[in-house]
Design a protein around this ligand. Structure first.
Ligand code: RP5
Length: 171
């Protein structure tokens, strides 16, 4: 079994159902990962230690999802040069609080921030896969297949829609 390249961090176990969407993408693309709960507020020392050691432990990308005053991605990014992708969780204020806390990093320490909630978790995993695919031909092929199947799904839906066009036409 190859070493996990992607670290998935969540601020709380209550974030896991959302992050599960990203996990499914990683599984589909056959990317080894590790999932951990690290809280910027409740376990600050352990979070910092993980971030500092992540690169030497073999991780190449870190996905960090947290809600409310979401400092997890930022604090991790401050302690590593690995790319950090932030997923704002939809805990309160429809996720606007987490979105702003994650995306509005002061200059010098970037967090690549994706959409709020499950869509963000999916896209974070895909973005991590695209980063890893720069040096992994096999993964690049799997990503191409993923895009093609998405394309085919939309084309099939349109085909179905045209068959059923009368339902949506005024005449
Ligand atoms: C954040 O606070 C977590 O990432 C979570 O989204 C939010 C609420 O955490 P719990 O009170 O559900 O543990 O740190």
């Amino acid at each position: 079994m190859p070493k996990p390249k992607v670290a998935l961090l969540v601020g709380s176990d209550s974030d896991i159902p959302t992050m599960q969407e990203g996990i499914e993408v990683l599984i589909k693309l056959q990317i080894p990962y590790e999932l951990h709960i690290y809280s910027a507020h409740r376990t600050p020392d352990q979070t910092l230690q993980f971030a500092q050691k992540a690169h030497e432990q073999g991780f190449h990308v870190i996905i960090a999802g947290a809600g409310m005053a979401a400092h997890l991605a930022g604090i991790v990014a401050a302690h590593t040069l690995l790319p950090v992708i932030g997923v704002p969780m939809e805990g309160s204020l429809q996720g606007l609080d987490s979105l702003l806390s994650t995306v509005q990093m002061p200059k010098g320490v970037p967090v690549g921030t994706v959409a709020i909630g499950k869509t963000g978790a999916t896209n974070a995993a895909l973005l991590a896969a695209q980063i890893l695919a720069l040096s992994d031909e096999g993964l690049l092929k799997r990503l191409r297949a993923y895009r093609s199947s998405m394309e085919q799904e939309v084309l099939n839906k349109d085909k179905g829609l045209q068959k059923d066009a009368k339902r949506f036409s005024k005449n």
